[in-house]
Design a binder for this molecule. Structure first.
Ligand SMILES: [Fe+2]
Length: 110
């Protein structure tokens, strides 16, 4: 049942909490995919609505967990600030916001 790749007694409590959150995020996203597939194929309209509701709740769970990671694990805040809610092509967002090619313009940001 353990998902640790290192000896559990060597891991800090912080690393264990981060592992819990990362695994929860994986599970929530997997659930989004499964519900979304069921929504796509079922021909029963009421079941489709229930599955769609459940899928959207899983998206909420995933976002809540992602926000915990943003607040508690290095790296997420910077990357999310760079890429989320931008308009430029995703592969160009970093360059658009870095200032290296478009000094101070932040053209990728909304
Ligand atoms: Fe969930």
């Amino acid at each position: 049942m353990s998902s640790y790749h290192e000896s559990v007694d060597q891991l800090s409590e912080k690393a264990k909490d981060i592992s819990r959150a990362l695994n929860s995020l994986k599970e929530e996203i997997e659930a989004v995919d499964w519900y979304n597939q069921r929504v796509d194929v079922t021909e029963d309209a009421e079941l489709k609505a229930v599955m769609a509701h459940n899928r959207d709740e899983e998206i909420e769970h995933a976002c809540m967990t992602l926000e915990w990671l943003r607040r508690n694990m290095d790296g997420w805040d910077d990357e999310l600030k760079t890429y989320l809610f931008t308009k430029a092509p995703i592969t160009e967002v970093e360059e658009a916001g870095s200032g290296s090619e478009n000094s101070g313009l932040n053209i990728g940001k909304m």
